[in-house]
Design a protein around this ligand. Structure first.
Ligand SMILES: *[C@@H]1O[C@H](CO)[C@@H](O)[C@H](O)[C@H]1NC(C)=O
Ligand SMILES: *[C@@H]1O[C@H](CO)[C@@H](O)[C@H](O)[C@H]1NC(C)=O
Ligand SMILES: *[C@@H]1O[C@H](CO)[C@@H](O)[C@H](O)[C@H]1NC(C)=O
Ligand SMILES: *[C@@H]1O[C@H](CO)[C@@H](O)[C@H](O)[C@H]1NC(C)=O
Ligand SMILES: *[C@@H]1O[C@H](CO)[C@@H](O)[C@H](O)[C@H]1NC(C)=O
Length: 366
C-alpha cells in the first residue's frame, strides 16, 4: 500500500505541477488569448505614453511607460520629433514637453519584455515630421528591441489574417509596430504602415458622444483592425490661441466601463457598425478609474476581469499640482505669460507657443 500511496502522491504532485504550469501559460495575462488572433484581442493603449509630467497641460499620463506596462497597457503611442539631431518623443513641440530620446524609451520597453516572456506589445509611432523609417529603426537596433520586432510575410494584413498570440509569443517576435506616416517596408520591414492595416475614429474630441466615423484610413475600412480614440479634450485659450488639452475633470466618466461618454458606449456603437470589436482603444490617464479601462477590455474580450493594482506602489499624496483641483474644464484662459505656472508650462513654453501659433495657422493637437 505504502509504495502505491507514495506513487499516487507523486502522481498527484506531478499533476498539480502540470496544472500550475498550464495556469501560468497565459498570453497577455489570459490563457484564452493564446489561440486568438492578434486582431481579435482588444488592448488598451496610452495616448502620448511618454508625456508624463505632473501638472503640465501637455501631459497625458501620470505614470511612466514601465508602470504602464506593469499595469496592463499593451499599446504604446508616441510622437517622434527631431531635436538636436536625435529622435525625441515630444508633445507637438519639444519645448512644450520632451519625453527623452526614442532609444532610451525603447530600452525600457526592451528590458520589460525580457522580464515578461508571455507578453505582446504594440507600438504606434506618430510621425508628423515624416522622419525616415531608418531613423526610427536605428533606435530599435540601438536598444536591442529589433530582435523582438514582428515582420509579416505579406502586407497589408487583413483582420482575419493576423497570427495568434501563441504564434507571436512562440516565435519570439512579440513587438508589433505601426508607423502612422512615411512607412516604407522596403526600407524597414517591421515598421508597418498604420493606415493600410488599421483605421481610426476621430481624435481630439471635445464632445463625449465619441463618434465611430472612419476618420483616417488608406483604402477601405472593411476587414481591417480599428482604433478608437477615446480621450476627451477641452478647448483652452492660451496666449490668444485656442487648442485642445485633456479634459481631466471628466476622466472618471470618460474612462468608465459604461454610462454616458464611457468606453463601453463608444465600443458598442463601433462594434455594431464594423461587425467586430476595436482591436485598440487609446486613452489618457489610464489609471484614473482604478482599472476601469482594463475591465472594459476584459468585457470586450469576454474574459473574467482580473483586477491589478494600478500605479507604481507609491500612494498618491493628492497634493494636486494639476491646473485646477477639479481638472481642466475649459474655462482657463491665459492671454499672456502671467498665468503660465498655473498651467504647468514654463513661461518660455507659453511664449514660444504663442509665437508659433501667431506665426502660422498651425494645427496644434495637444
Ligand atoms: C510613482 O509615480 C508618481 C507619479 O508619476 C511619481 O511621482 C513617483 O516618483 C513614482 N514613484 C516611483 C517609485 O517610481
Ligand atoms: C473646439 O475646437 C474645435 C476646433 O476649432 C471645434 O471643432 C470644436 O467644436 C470646439 N469644441 C467646443 C466644445 O467648443
Ligand atoms: C482599486 O482597485 C483595487 C483592485 O481591485 C482595490 O483593491 C482597491 O480597493 C481599489 N481602490 C479604490 C480607491 O477604489
Ligand atoms: C492623474 O492625473 C489626473 C489628471 O490630471 C489627476 O486628477 C490625478 O490626481 C492623477 N493621479 C495621480 C496618482 O497622480
Ligand atoms: C487679458 O484678457 C482680458 C480679457 O480679454 C483683459 O481684460 C486683460 O486686460 C488681458 N490681459 C493682458 C495682460 O493682456
Amino acid at each position: 500500500m505504502l509504495p502505491r500511496l507514495a506513487g499516487l502522491a507523486a502522481l498527484a504532485a506531478t499533476a498539480s505541477l502540470f496544472t500550475t504550469a498550464a495556469a501560468q501559460t497565459a498570453c497577455n495575462g489570459y490563457s484564452e488569448y493564446c489561440s486568438r488572433k492578434y486582431s481579435e484581442v482588444s488592448i488598451i493603449g496610452t495616448h502620448n505614453s511618454y508625456a508624463v509630467q505632473q501638472g503640465s497641460l501637455a501631459a497625458n499620463q501620470n505614470y511612466t511607460v514601465e508602470t504602464q506596462l506593469d499595469n496592463g497597457i499593451r499599446m504604446l503611442q508616441v510622437q517622434g520629433h527631431m531635436n538636436n539631431n536625435q529622435l525625441h518623443l515630444c508633445h507637438t513641440y519639444c519645448f512644450l514637453l520632451d519625453g527623452g530620446t526614442f532609444t532610451s524609451y525603447l530600452t525600457t520597453v526592451k528590458n520589460w519584455l525580457d522580464k515578461n516572456p508571455n507578453e505582446v506589445v504594440t507600438l504606434l509611432l506618430v510621425n508628423t515630421e515624416g522622419v525616415a523609417p531608418s531613423v526610427w529603426a536605428q533606435s530599435y537596433t540601438d536598444s536591442g528591441l529589433a530582435s523582438y520586432a514582428y515582420t509579416p510575410t505579406n502586407v497589408p494584413i487583413a483582420y482575419s489574417d493576423w497570427p495568434t498570440y501563441q504564434e507571436l509569443i512562440s516565435s519570439g517576435k512579440r513587438v508589433v509596430s505601426f508607423l502612422a506616416q512615411n512607412a516604407d517596408i522596403s526600407s524597414v520591414p517591421y515598421l508597418l504602415d498604420e493606415f493600410t492595416n488599421i483605421w481610426e475614429t476621430p481624435y481630439d474630441q471635445t464632445d463625449n458622444a465619441f463618434p465611430c466615423t472612419v476618420d483616417r484610413v488608406t483604402g477601405s475600412p472593411q476587414n481591417k483592425m480599428y482604433l478608437v480614440n477615446h480621450y476627451l479634450d477641452v478647448n483652452m485659450t492660451i496666449a490668444g490661441s485656442t487648442f485642445p488639452v485633456p479634459a481631466t475633470g471628466a476622466l472618471d466618466q470618460t474612462n468608465a466601463v459604461s454610462g454616458t461618454g464611457s468606453l463601453g458606449v463608444q465600443a458598442s456603437a463601433c462594434a455594431a457598425q464594423q461587425g467586430y470589436n476595436p482591436t485598440f482603444t487609446l486613452v489618457d490617464y489610464y489609471d484614473v478609474g482604478n482599472g476601469s479601462v482594463f475591465e472594459y477590455a476584459a468585457q470586450l474580450n469576454k474574459v473574467t476581469y482580473k483586477p491589478v493594482t494600478i500605479g507604481n506602489g507609491t500612494t498618491s499624496s493628492s497634493s494636486g499640482s494639476s491646473p485646477s483641483a477639479s481638472g481642466n474644464s475649459g474655462s482657463v484662459t491665459d492671454n499672456g505669460t502671467s498665468g503660465a505656472s498655473s498651467l504647468g508650462l514654463s513661461w518660455q513654453a507659453v511664449a514660444a507657443l504663442g509665437g508659433v501659433l501667431a506665426g502660422a495657422a498651425a494645427v496644434v493637437a495637444l
